[in-house]
Ligand binder design. Structure first.
Ligand code: TRP
Length: 332
């Protein structure tokens, strides 16, 4: 039998998961398990490049795991793990630091943005973060790395590292491909639809665990557009707010754009916004309830992340041993 292709991705547990994470990423991951061998992890090591409150980091990491499972990532079919539990990430991260150029790291837009935002804490980890991310990826020899547009540059850098490393030592790493979801799955903020939905703009962001009445309120207050047409029509250039709401509505109901335009023809934006809010509430309700139930079951969660770390370590250590041998470290 032909081997399954491998897919890997991670999300930093530095904030609560939101509708953009779900529709743009996690929802699609869940559907891939039949076709791909999938690894998904909580990137806790990456979060400390920015100062974290320890209790919050611990809580969020477990919440995120519970939410992944509630979103449909079955731990029997996917390897779900916590990054810091698999020591090979730190180990390969160090090695790859030595194969990543200062100039390359200096060009990373995320580094420039974050160092501008946290001027009092421009630490070495913030700078070398992309070589740790390259290690996260390359340890599992994935074919595809599903990431948002903002992470594409890091995957490109990973590809450069592969070329450099394999150029010296032969075929050690598989060349990974970024896997960017289609534009339809890119969810924008509800209050400023020009920018991606983000936890840093909480009024425009719908969190997975949020109460139904708060979700409904956020949709009622969503920015629509000031054009005179006032009709539900898809046009991201001229009607970014309405188009974003349409994307969300299509994603949660499975309807296509024509059907949605027809459904709301002749109605104002108010009715449309209420309908989108209601549909999102109903989509998130079972996820929220399931996540709360899983989170309360500490023994189950512990079993999932322990087994996940075991499976991940097995694969990761195989790659690490190969790398150590190639670069000349004495085998233990
Ligand atoms: N850097 C990613 C982010 O901030 C998270 C991440 C860490 C990741 N390691 C990864 C994503 C490896 C994909 C693959 O969103």
């Amino acid at each position: 039998m032909e081997e399954k292709k491998v897919m890997l991705s991670g999300i930093q547990p530095s904030g609560d998961l939101h509708l953009g994470n779900y529709l743009g990423a996690i929802k699609n991951w869940g559907a891939r398990a039949e076709e791909f061998e999938c690894f998904y992890f909580m990137a806790d090591m990456h979060t400390i490049t920015v100062r974290q409150n320890p209790a919050d980091l611990r809580r969020r990491t477990l919440e995120q795991l519970a939410q992944y499972i509630a979103c449909g990532l079955d731990p029997e079919k996917n390897t779900l793990f916590i990054q810091s539990h698999v020591s090979a990430h730190a180990q390969l991260g160090w090695v790859l630091n030595c194969y990543t150029m200062f100039g390359e790291l200096s060009r990373m837009t995320q580094f420039k943005d974050k160092s501008a935002k946290h001027k009092d804490n421009i630490n070495g980890g913030l700078f070398t973060y992309p070589s740790l991310m390259a290690a996260d990826i390359l340890l599992y020899q994935p074919d595809f790395v599903p990431v948002g547009e903002d992470q594409k540059q890091h995957v490109e850098l990973t590809r450069n590292i592969v070329q450099r490393f394999n150029g010296i030592y032969g075929d050690v790493f598989k060349m990974p491909q970024p896997y960017i979801p289609k534009a339809g799955a890119r969810i924008m903020g509800l209050t400023a639809p020009e920018a991606k939905m983000s936890k840093s703009v909480p009024e425009g962001c719908v969190f997975l665990m949020e109460k139904p009445e708060d979700i409904a309120r956020k949709f009622k207050r969503a920015v629509t557009d000031s054009d005179t047409e006032r009709c539900v029509h898809f046009d991201p250039e001229r009607k970014p707010g309405v188009s974003n709401l349409m994307n969300i509505y299509c994603a949660v109901t499975g309807k296509d754009r024509q059907a949605v335009e027809a459904e709301f023809s002749g109605q104002g934006y108010g009715a449309f916004k209420t309908a989108v809010g209601d549909a999102v509430v109903e989509t998130l309700r079972p996820i929220r309830e399931e996540a709360a139930r899983i989170l309360a079951d500490k023994a189950y969660l512990e079993k999932v992340y322990t087994e996940g770390a075991q499976k991940a370590s097995y694969v990761a250590n195989k790659t690490l041993r190969k790398v150590y041998k190639k670069i000349g470290f004495v085998a233990r």
